[in-house]
Design a protein around this ligand. Structure first.
Ligand SMILES: C[S@@+](CC[C@H](N)C(=O)[O-])C[C@H]1O[C@@H](n2cnc3c(N)ncnc32)[C@H](O)[C@@H]1O
Length: 228
């Protein structure tokens, strides 16, 4: 079975996602941090951003990863977007508290990124593709490629199919999703590699991160085609 055939569809539209994540924003960290921290750290490590490189984080959420990237490599060249105003407000507060008020944030949809072709050296996106309707994932990944420079790097972290001892956890999650997707934040397991390859990305590498205390997550890195 192809990866794309295993994908459950998400019935939530843009307005429902904004409403859910707007309401969830104040409690989002408390509900997720411990289950996502290991995979996010792995994903940021895989990014290997150098100071000054043009860096886009799509779907910043409450801002934990973008602030961590600022701490690692400095604020110059970093930009963040999200679909949900309440999430952007929390990210703004967090960036200000970290002394990085200069980092631009924009309200935008990953389907239509408001940037010119080849703007960024690096693109980071975590726990967003898993709540995107199947029919839109290809368009979003093509947008990621469009805004990256030739040879630019992408790192994704997505809720994914559990492996080994995590299979039962994933099956239970999917059963809950099919019953009422909003109960699990509209998220279901994704395997992003085939979407990246279809959009022309090269050097696609996937690391599985799961086990006790971690939601089954894939960290996928790749490179936009063209010279490095
Ligand atoms: C599960 S949260 C993850 C937030 C953050 N990336 C993290 O890992 O903590 C999903 C985020 O994706 C954002 N989002 C959903 N659909 C989006 C889209 N089409 N474009 C941009 N952001 C989107 C939501 O507003 C929300 O902040």
């Amino acid at each position: 079975m192809a990866d794309t055939d295993r994908l459950l569809d998400v019935p939530l539209g843009k307005r429902q996602i904004q409403a859910f994540y707007g309401a969830a924003a104040p409690v989002y960290d408390a509900a997720t941090v411990e289950f996502e921290a290991r995979a996010k750290a792995l994903a940021l490590d895989a990014m290997h951003r150098k100071p000054g490189e043009r860096y886009l984080e799509v779907a910043v959420g409450t801002g934990m990863s973008i602030v961590e990237q600022v701490k690692r490599t400095g604020p110059a060249g970093i930009v963040g977007i999200d679909l949900t105003p309440g999430m952007l407000s929390l990210t703004r507060e967090r960036l200000n508290a970290a002394g990085a008020s200069s980092v631009p944030l924009m309200l935008a949809d990953a389907r239509f990124l408001p940037f010119r072709n080849g703007t960024f050296d690096c693109l980071f996106n975590s726990y967003m593709l898993d709540l995107i309707p199947a029919e839109d994932i290809g368009q979003i990944v093509s947008e990621f490629r469009r805004v990256l420079k030739s040879g630019g790097r992408i790192v994704l972290a997505n809720l994914t199919e559990g492996e080994g001892a995590d299979v039962a956890f994933s099956e239970d999650w999917k059963a809950r999703f099919l019953k009422d997707p909003i109960q699990v934040g509209g998220c279901r397991p994704v395997l992003a590699g085939s979407f990246l390859r279809a959009a022309g990305f090269t050097e696609v590498q996937r690391t599985y991160c799961g086990g006790t205390g971690s939601w089954p997550t894939e960290v996928v890195s790749a490179r936009a085609p063209g010279p490095t």
